[in-house]
Write a protein that binds this ligand. Sequence first.
Ligand code: NAP
Ligand code: MN
Length: 266
Amino acid sequence: MGNFDRKNVYLFYKKTPELMPKIDQLHELGRKQGFHLVDDYRDANIIASVGGDASFLQAIRKTGFQEDALYLGINSGQLGFYTDFDIDNIQRIQESIENDMTKVFRYPVIEVNVDDQKSFFCINECSIRSNIIKTFAIDVYIDDLHFETFRGDGLVVSTPTGSTAYNKSLNGAVVDPDLGAMQLTEISSLNNNEYRTLGSPLILGDRELRLNIVQNGNDHPIISADNEALPIRNCHKVRIKLADRQVKTLKLKDNSFFHKVKKSFL
Ligand code: NAP
Ligand code: MN
């Protein structure tokens, strides 16, 4: 497999007393197998996170959604959506790679732009929420069409792999990651004679979603990129579309997205 030719690995993990002995073991196995551990993720062709989904999300974010690198999630707790390998069974990681039990999956990500500043990517979702008890209002545009004026707690735009996370709590649909799509869901919309929103989750393809925050006093929402809050104060407009890039991740063949959905929810 071409991806393993150079075998430069960057490990992303939280240095906790419980994890460190296992990280040392991982280092040792890596060395034996001819992997080279690098200190700078920019030199890596494999970026491995150790932890849960949260750690995988952080690994991708902190390494800037590398297009060329192969991401790999190693579990240190219970089963995660993005983490197929197990820190307590390190030998199996190498075995499954050697025995053709793994496959590279490409996951769609969304690209978000806030007030024409630098764009960023999300692999789960971008959420925009009121940061006070009062509702706030958003004019929602699909491409250039003014679609609705939302009033309520907030909106979430998720990717297919993010569809099983926050999106699912909001009764959004679970979406096959083979589809290039993004999903808009509402957080407690106000619906009456004055305000009306679609009310159901909306799945979009190659379009631009524009969220214009109505500047009526409550215009300091909390904006999240996956599991991180953005340090943005006043916000006018958020533009979201499917990104040109995808995230490549190494997974077990017998643990596809729908295996995981079944294991977790059924
Ligand atoms: P968290 O609040 O500690 O945990 C949220 C849970 O979601 C964890 O069990 C996490 O797994 C899991 N998770 C993360 N990505 C997932 C995915 N794509 N599909 C299914 N489950 C997923 O926060 P966190 O661990 O840092 O995760 C951040 C995510 O939490 C956000 O991206 C958002 O999707 C989600 N979230 C959900 C709600 C909600 O449902 N009401 C509210 C806010 C945020 P691990 O334990 O393995 O990390
Ligand atoms: Mn968590």
